[in-house]
Design a protein around this ligand. Structure first.
Ligand SMILES: [Zn+2]
Length: 303
């Protein structure tokens, strides 16, 4: 009999592997959450309009500012502790003065995540998702009163009706339909020229991952699928998705596209996918940071 753990581990995906300990014992203790802010080794990642400030080095890194650099009223969230125990935070604040004093530059978060290694992109994902959520949830969804930041940035509370609100993560299925020796890739209308990727869509209330995969493939490409298999997942902080990557077996190759969702779709071979992943194909695959890249690579390299 096969053991539960005989199947391979999921591949490592982009935007994961943060070195920080999220230190929940600090987040749920209000006095500890205040005390860590005053530690001399505490540092802040600055996001200006959700764009992170990076160092000016040839190989840019996250810029870590001191508390004195952060405006008093800037929304600030606790990210966790470094392996050395130093507190790390993120703040939504203007970066112009920091750039004037120390150099560095603001970069679009996706572009920044592609440059950062060793779990740094995961820190950025955590910071960007949390600060984006705070920026959009200043009022209570129950009663409309203003809400206040709580639990070191992991909740907002409403003093009028006492509701607590928590940062949300929206699950998205992203899947490769497979038919014999071909996999299905498609182009959404807004994609950069020549880019093809796995099909994707939001999970809806009241369905599981397998049902969402089958529904999305049927809606977007008109195919019936079976045998949904999970591969891996990744956070996608634009603004707050969890991408859940799966394979599914298509019963037939005939496609009926929903042109609102897909402007083109095609069945591709393993050789074509490997060429696209390596940058030498006649279409472009998503970058390694994106789980669609992981999904295409896993299929192309499977026997
Ligand atoms: Zn309320």
């Amino acid at each position: 009999m096969m053991s539960l753990f005989d199947t391979p581990s999921p591949p490592v995906t982009g935007l994961t592997g943060s070195p920080l300990d999220r230190a929940d014992h600090i987040r749920r203790d209000p006095s500890a959450a205040i005390a860590v802010r005053s530690r001399p080794d505490a540092r802040w990642l600055v996001l200006d309009d959700l764009k992170p400030l990076l160092t000016a080095d040839p190989k840019p890194e996250l810029f870590w500012a001191h508390r004195s650099d952060i405006p008093h009223n800037a929304p600030s969230v606790f990210l966790g502790l470094t392996p050395d125990g130093a507190p790390r935070f993120a703040a939504a604040a203007p970066a112009a003065d920091l750039i004037a004093d120390y150099g560095g530059r603001l970069l679009d978060a996706r572009a920044a995540a592609m440059l950062l290694e060793n779990g740094r992109a995961a820190i950025l994902a955590q910071a960007r998702s949390l600060l984006a959520w705070h920026a959009r949830h200043g009022h209570c969804s129950h009663c409309g009163a203003p809400t206040q930041i709580a639990k070191a940035g992991y909740a907002r509370t409403c003093h009028a009706c006492h509701a607590e609100h928590f940062p949300r993560t929206d699950p998205v299925v992203i899947m490769l339909a497979v038919h014999k020796d071909h996999a299905l890739v498609g182009r959404q209308p807004g994609f950069p020229p020549r880019l093809f990727s796995a099909l994707a869509g939001f999970l809806e209330p009241g369905e599981n991952i397998e049902e969402a995969v089958a529904r999305e493939l049927h809606e977007e490409a008109g195919i019936i699928t079976t045998d949904v298999r999970y591969l891996a997942s990744q956070p996608w902080p634009f603004p707050s998705s969890l991408m859940i990557a799966c394979f599914a077996k298509a019963k037939a190759a005939e496609l009926t596209l929903d042109f609102d969702e897909l402007e083109e779709a095609r069945w591709v071979t393993r050789a074509e996918v490997l060429a696209a992943l390596g940058g030498s194909g006649d279409w472009l695959a998503p970058p390694p940071m994106a789980i669609a890249h992981t999904l295409l690579k896993a299929w192309a390299e499977a026997s």
